[in-house]
Design a binder for this molecule. Structure first.
Ligand SMILES: [Zn+2]
Ligand SMILES: [Zn+2]
Length: 789
């Protein structure tokens, strides 16, 4: 299907004006790189793919088919028909296909046909964001079907409308938070709706991951239980971005067997995908003096240069930048570069971000369509619900975290039938570096899976209390909530007095409802408040607050910079003021870890791999101020913060001192080698599971009291674990070989941010031994059996 073209793709001159091939050619010519060292690490052209349609299913309601035909849809794509028919036949199904492949129609067909055929049936639709629910509501309205009575039920729905919705709506669009806070606690008022419930649609289900995903998994079990209590027996239809093993993730989320449909039959234009690694800068004298590690040209600067070239070439281009400030910087640099070349040309570039008013967005979209604007630098805000068409090229500044986001962003390029270009510009980061050197990890079968851990006791216990407050828990219910772990949790809750055991089951006998925060397990989130205005900028979960919001910390929020004046732990408030000092702050911490229990292990002689519970004690003790640009340490200031304790799940490996020595890692180099391996392993974990490196912590030591061996621990940063360590254990061989590759293939001499340095290291990235880390991982991989899941 696909061909890898090491040089420039053909088609030169075949298209009017400049095609992507020509653009690529120009971009290469402009790239600043030492002779012979091209920043282009890979070029792949995905040819255009025609769509494959299927006839309308015989069971689909005729009124619905005419409604689709009225919108210009002659027939469904094969995957839409396949998923819809599975659901119609009563099977739970997840459709995991690309962006713009028409996933909505796959659930609309069975759900709306049912509503049209059976005037009493109801449908519940769940989306992770209000914006998406609003979008779907508009799409349903466009179909103009009689009697469906679609209604959005969220935090903004006025009280008087809620009553009407409960009584009359047959297609309710809501979100898991509303289910948890409103619908389930008041289920008696929804009895009729739930009894008649025929379908539950879970849109964008890959959003339910980690601790939040684990909570949502229980909210859905509560929904199933309450619905069954009224005699309802709905079929679940899930829509997901492409991910590793969507069927398994959907089954974990719902607790039901879910069949995956993954074959995408929608049409696609041809795209040339380029992986781009900014070159290393030549060491400057200044850098040598303070022993700075080598640095690459920044991804922002590189993106601005590419964008400038694109505009000069007359190519409509969109650059995705991760932060708002980054997007503005790229737009400003591009404008400056263009005005230097041709005065006035800079006006054809704009920055675009969330928070713009609808009219402004429309104006920008129109200007882009008309050609008045040629380039746009945007945050990921554009991923959601904005319709930009007519783009020739997309530049992605930094890997956006998941392949789903990457394809969503790349998918913006391509005018109907035309050739499109997408360029991923790597940031100075181990994962980005790995990806631009291992295109198979991007273009091959997806490996990153949406993980969650519904058995997390910090999630399970509170959720069982919520469930018991909705209806007493029976033995059979405990099966639904996870079997043995749920039984153990119910007994612990009974012992602590939270639940009361009676012959008919477990009861919640307290006043009010148990407090459960779906989005965390770490206590009250800390509010970040601007002192001058009293404005709430956002919240930071308690686990990260000591590192991110200690007194004196420079805090970045949506690209704007603030300094923390005071962190009040008691009231969970950090007071900040807007400021742009010319230093950054780096918290230093001390971590201790003890092993509580081992869940699973692989004993490979001199090497061991373990999964289990650990207690982590972490204390942020001081912070460094470092000059922006040079990285020079200005000073180190002490902090007076209490230690934080965390019981969580960790994966760890041990390598015997003998094997280390035989692998060339001498005793004095062991700490730096393990530490470097730990950093890179944390950086690469997002390749296997949809997490952020900030969700993960690590500890390495040349001799740990519990393992009595050189050990590297990688742990979930959330109490009770979020499933990340478990996933790491299950894919250890793939994860650790990717880690080894990322380090070994980095062109630096002795370690840099692209391989073994970490922006969140509590030890100031010291000691680190890059070559030692490769030797440690080789020793490990040489002994471990492949343990793929
Ligand atoms: Zn490096
Ligand atoms: Zn470290």
């Amino acid at each position: 299907m696909t061909t890898t073209v090491p040089g420039i793709p053909a088609a030169r001159g075949a298209t009017p004006g400049l095609g992507p091939a020509e653009l690529l050619h120009r971009l290469r010519a402009h790239a600043v790189a030492p002779a012979g060292d091209s920043p282009v690490t890979h070029v792949r052209r995905e040819p255009a793919r025609p769509g494959r349609t299927a006839p309308w299913p015989g069971w689909a309601a005729p009124a619905l088919i005419s409604a689709y035909e009225g919108l210009g849809i002659a027939e469904p794509w094969e995957h839409q028909a396949a998923a819809a028919t599975l659901a119609h036949e009563g099977g739970h199904v997840v459709l995991a296909t690309g962006t713009a492949s028409g996933k909505s129609m796959a659930y609309q067909m069975p759900a709306l046909s049912k509503l049209l055929d059976d005037p009493r049936a109801t449908v519940l639709y769940l989306s992770p964001t209000k914006a998406l629910a609003a979008d779907q509501s508009r799409a349903l309205a466009r179909l103009g079907l009689d009697g469906v009575r679609t209604a959005t039920y969220d935090g903004d729905t006025p009280r008087e409308e809620r009553e009407w919705i409960r009584r009359h709506s047959r297609f309710v669009l809501t979100n898991p938070d509303m289910l948890h806070h409103a619908l389930l606690p008041g289920h008696a008022r929804w009895a009729t709706f739930l009894r008649r419930l025929s379908y539950v649609v879970i849109d964008e289900c890959h959003a339910y991951r980690g601790v939040f995903g684990s909570h949502v998994a229980h909210v859905l079990r509560r929904l199933r239980r309450v619905t069954a209590g009224y005699g309802g027996d709905p079929t679940f239809i899930l829509a997901s971005a492409t991910s590793g093993d969507p069927g398994d993730a959907a089954s974990r989320l719902t607790g039901l067997p879910v069949a995956p449909v993954t074959e995408d039959a929608s049409p696609r234009g041809a795209v040339t995908f380029v992986l781009w690694e900014p070159p290393l800068l030549p060491p400057s004298l200044e850098n040598l003096e303070i022993e700075m590690p080598p640095v690459r040209r920044s991804a922002l600067r590189e993106t601005a240069d590419l964008l400038t070239d694109a505009v000069v070439a007359g190519i409509r281009t969109l650059a995705f930048v991760r932060s708002r400030r980054g997007a503005e910087v790229v737009a400003a640099m591009t404008r400056r570069g263009l005005d230097e070349a041709v005065p006035g040309l800079g006006e054809r570039v704009a920055a675009y971000r969330a928070g713009y008013l609808k009219e402004d967005r429309r104006a920008i979209e129109r200007a882009l369509l008309s050609g008045d604007l040629l380039a746009l630098a945007s945050t990921n805000a554009l991923e959601l619900g904005v319709d930009l068409v007519g783009l020739d090229a997309v530049l992605i500044c930094g890997y956006p975290g998941t392949r789903a986001s990457l394809w969503q962003q790349a998918g913006r390029a391509g005018r109907s039938g035309g050739e499109a270009l997408a360029v991923l510009v790597a940031r100075d980061d181990p994962l980005d570096t790995y990806l631009v050197h291992h295109p198979e990890a991007l273009f091959g079968r997806p490996v990153e899976a949406t993980v969650m851990d519904p058995a997390n006791p910090y999630v399970l216990g509170p959720q069982l209390c919520r469930a018991a407050s909705e209806a007493p828990l029976t033995e059979a219910d405990l099966e639904l909530f996870g079997g043995d772990p749920a039984r153990a949790a119910a007994e612990a809750l009974t012992a602590s007095g939270a639940l009361r055991r009676r012959p008919s089951g477990w009861y919640w006998t307290h006043r009010g409802r148990p407090e459960v925060d779906l989005r965390g397990t770490g206590g009250t989130p800390v509010s970040v408040v601007e002192s001058a205005t009293g404005r709430l900028l956002g919240t930071v979960d308690q686990g990260s607050s000591h590192v991110m919001l200690h007194t004196g910390a420079v805090y970045l929020h949506q690209g704007a910079s603030y300094v923390v004046d005071d962190l009040d732990l008691e009231d969970a408030v950090a007071l900040v003021r807007a400021a742009e000092p010319d230093w950054s702050t780096h918290a230093r911490d001390v971590t201790e870890l003890s092993v509580v229990s081992v869940r699973e292990y692989v004993d490979a002689g001199p090497v061991g791999l373990f999964l289990g519970e650990v207690d982590v004690t972490n204390q942020v003790v001081s912070y460094q101020r470092r000059r922006i640009g040079s990285g020079e340490v200005i000073d180190t200031r002490p902090l007076d913060l209490p230690p934080r304790e965390l019981r969580t799940v960790a994966v760890w490996f041990t390598v015997s001192p003998g094997l280390l020595a035989a692998s060339g890692v001498q005793a004095p180099d062991v700490p730096g080698s393990l530490h470097a391996a730990e950093h890179a392993a944390i950086g690469l974990l997002p390749l296997m599971a949809t997490c952020d490196r900030w969700d993960i912590g690590g500890l390495s030591t040349a001799n740990h009291a519990d393992t009595e061996a050189p050990t590297v621990f990688v742990y979930d940063g959330h109490p009770g674990g979020a499933g990340f360590a478990e996933r790491a254990y299950g894919t250890a061989a793939a994860w650790l070989s990717a880690t080894r590759e990322a380090i070994a293939s980095c062109g630096c001499e002795a370690g840099c941010p692209s391989c073994v340095q970490s922006p969140k290291c509590g030890n100031g990235n010291n000691p680190l031994d890059k070559n030692g880390a490769v030797a440690v991982l080789d020793a490990l991989l040489g002994s471990l059996p492949p343990v793929e899941s």
